[in-house]
Design a protein. Structure first.
Length: 242
């Protein structure tokens, strides 16, 4: 394949992967606690290629990464809604072990367990499900301590990690540990805000601008492919005439 066409085709593939990430971000603009997917570009060089020749390098998305910056906190007035101001995650008991989330849209199950929106039991600081009484008023302090009628009933398990690179997304707003580099630790300077929820950290305006930008890059690369094809055609025709 002619070098210009090959490089443009590689760029098109990278932009298609980028479009998938942007589309997923747009789909989760209204998902509480959602963390946006971003891309990290690199250059691919074949082992047998001359690394000093720029024509031998191909743009690729080396790996996607998750943007863990905090989203805006919005007030709901619901005592079961909680948000984290600072680093860290709420811990819940998933089907195959602990899961971690920034979405504090909690609910009270019929058996009194505090659960996430998907029904996963919320863990207390001892790692067991937090059980409450529906008829008693609920207060959650800034350190996650839960009291009802002045009596402490438990404390939300809030976990930070030495490295978020060891976390992998599960669903829209859950994370699980996949690498020992993500060692759990107590968060520093994090405050629990009752009656508030954290919004997605990707806004509709930002996602729309990113989508337009990637689409324009895609169109330019399509034109480069067409130009390379036309140059090849004319070269073949000129050789045939000679």
């Amino acid at each position: 394949m002619e070098p210009i066409t090959a490089m443009a085709a590689s760029g098109l593939r990278a932009r298609m992967e980028s479009l998938d990430l942007v589309a997923n971000n747009i789909a989760n603009v209204s998902t509480g606690g959602y963390k946006a997917d971003r891309e990290f570009y690199s250059l691919y060089v074949a082992p047998e290629a001359d690394v000093n020749d720029p024509i031998n390098t191909m743009p690729v998305i080396e790996r996607p990464w998750v943007d863990h910056t905090q989203g805006l906190l919005r007030s709901t007035g619901n005592p079961l809604d909680v948000a984290l101001a600072g680093k860290g995650f709420f811990a819940v008991n998933g089907p195959s072990g602990p899961l971690y989330t920034r979405n504090g849209n909690f609910r009270l199950a019929a058996d009194g367990k505090l659960t996430a929106a998907d029904g996963y039991p919320v863990r207390d600081s001892l790692g067991v499900p937090l059980v409450l009484e529906a008829t008693r008023p609920l207060e959650i302090s800034s350190d996650g301590t839960v009291t009802q009628d002045g009596v402490i009933t438990g404390k939300l398990e809030i976990v930070d990690f030495t490295s978020t690179a060891g976390l992998s997304k599960q669903g829209s707003n859950y994370f699980r540990v996949i690498s020992p580099v993500a060692r759990p630790r107590a968060p520093s300077g994090t405050s629990v805000e009752q009656g508030q929820l954290e919004a997605s950290n990707t806004g509709p305006a930002e996602a729309a601008v990113r989508l337009v930008s990637v689409m324009r890059q895609f169109e330019m690369l399509q034109k480069a492919v067409a130009l390379g094809t036309e140059m090849n055609r004319q070269a073949i025709e000129q050789v045939a005439k000679v």
